[in-house]
Structure formats: C-alpha cells, structure tokens
Design a protein around this ligand. Structure first.
Ligand code: MG
Ligand code: MG
Length: 260
C-alpha cells in the first residue's frame, strides 16, 4: 500500500523521524541482547513492544491489515523470520535453536512519524554459509545507503545492492521492495533491490526511504505459510534482511534508525 507523493521532508521533520528511529533502534538493541538458544520469538516480541511503549512510541506493525481480508491483521510488534523465512514471520511459541538465523523487523510511530528497521542475527554459532549471507546482506545495505545521495536516482540504490549481491553469488528477493516513509509507513517511491544507475525517481534532499535488501542463498522464489503472512524461500534455503530508514540530505545520507 503506497500513499502520498515524494514530498521532501524539512530538516525539522527529519529530526522528528530520527527521534522515532532512535526508539526503534533501542527496541532492536534490546531484543538483539535477548537473542539466544531457548528464547521464543514471542518473548522477543514482548521485549520490543514494552520498550517502544515505555519510550512513548507505538509499535506500527501491530494490527496492520492483510491484503486478503480472510487473513488476520498482523498480531505482533515485530516480524520474526527464522532461517528460510524471508520476511513477515509472526512471533509466537517458536523456540530459537543454536545455529538459527533470525530476521527481526520492527516499526515505530513517535509523534506521528514512522521509522522502520530490520537486522538478521545469528543464534549462537552459525554455519560459514549463513555467516557469509549475513555479511553480504549487511554490506549490501551499506552500499545502498552510500548510493542514497542528492542528485542521484532510486535506480542507483538498487544497482548498488544488485552488483554486490550478484558478485557474491547470492540471490536478490524481488517480490518485496523498500519504500518511502514518513507520516505513513509506505510512501512513494518504491525502492527495489535491483535496478539501473540513473533510473527511477530523482533523490532530492529531504527524501526519506526505508532501504531493505533481502538476500537468499538459493532460489529467489517466495512461498507463503498458511498464516497468510510468513514469506519463505521456495527451496527452503536461508534468507537474510537488513533495513534502515535513511534521509537524503545535502550533507549526505543520514541513517535515522540508529541509537543515540
Ligand atoms: Mg521493516
Ligand atoms: Mg520496510
């Protein structure tokens, strides 16, 4: 669901989004500190929701309606996507095991401003392949943020992700994309994780984007669980996801979802 035109934010609005993003970064740090074998994804969800509310925020994922009215609204403050789950895993009774990877995605609304961020973490010791997947996906996000400069284009961001991921022999998920963000969670423009340098809308100072590469070890295909939310790789191979909310400024890209 996309809404709104690409209206650049003012410096004041970017500050307000940064305040939202700091609450979100704090919540992700709190759940990261709790990730270990034996913990349930539901326990992580509670930690995140409590942190967000204690800091005056609203967990934006909670109650998001599904595209299909037959599917329940999203029941968590976080998405917890383990191993072959790409995104939108529902937190609950699933217990983390040594060697798992877990994608943790969360959103906050503070004073009406949205922020959106994700990271994929190792549970205990993970395989070399899993470790490399996390490193490449994290690096792809860093490259994408580096390409988020005024005077550039949306296609520069996707091209940066695509080059790094494909050179590493890994696969980009094309089914899901990043997005503009501000007063609403999903605004124009879409931010694909592939593209052509110079393609797509121009990046203006004040453009705020949620940039979120999703990378698989195997197939790019996506299948959904019966819950209607959890998206998995169609070959059961591992998937990773990293995301920051970023503002394009005259001084360069500014990550808004970092702790103070
Ligand atoms: Mg997200
Ligand atoms: Mg997002």
């Amino acid at each position: 669901m996309m809404s709104g035109s690409i209206r650049p934010k003012t410096a004041e609005e970017i500050e307000a989004m940064g305040a939202s993003g700091r609450v979100l970064a704090g919540a992700l740090n709190a759940i990261e500190a709790a990730v270990e074998p034996g913990v349930t994804t539901g326990a992580l969800n509670e930690i995140a929701e409590t942190y967000i509310r204690d800091h005056g925020g609203i967990p934006s994922f909670l109650g998001v309606p599904a595209a299909d009215p037959g599917i329940e609204p999203f029941p968590g403050a976080i998405c917890a996507s383990v191993n072959d789950a790409i995104v939108h895993g529902i937190p609950g009774s699933a217990v983390l095991r040594e060697g798992d990877i877990i994608g943790l995605d969360c959103g906050v609304i503070l004073d009406g401003w949205h922020s959106d961020s994700a990271r994929t973490l190792a549970v205990g010791e993970i395989s070399p392949d899993a470790s490399r997947l996390l490193d490449v996906t994290r690096a792809a996000l860093a490259e994408a943020i580096g390409a988020s400069v005024a005077g550039g284009h949306i296609g520069d961001i996707g091209a940066a992700v695509q080059k790094l991921v494909e050179e590493a022999g890994l696969t980009i998920v094309r089914r899901f994309v990043g997005h503009g963000i501000g007063r609403t969670m999903h605004e124009s423009p879409q931010v694909p994780n592939f593209g052509r340098p110079g393609g797509g809308p121009a990046l203006l100072p004040g453009t705020t984007l949620a940039i979120e590469p999703m990378v698989n070890i195997g197939s790019a295909g996506v299948v959904f669980d019966d819950d209607g939310w959890t998206a998995r790789t169609d070959d059961g191979a591992l998937s990773a996801h990293f995301e920051h909310t970023v503002a394009i400024t005259d001084a360069g890209p500014r990550i808004l979802t970092e702790a103070a």
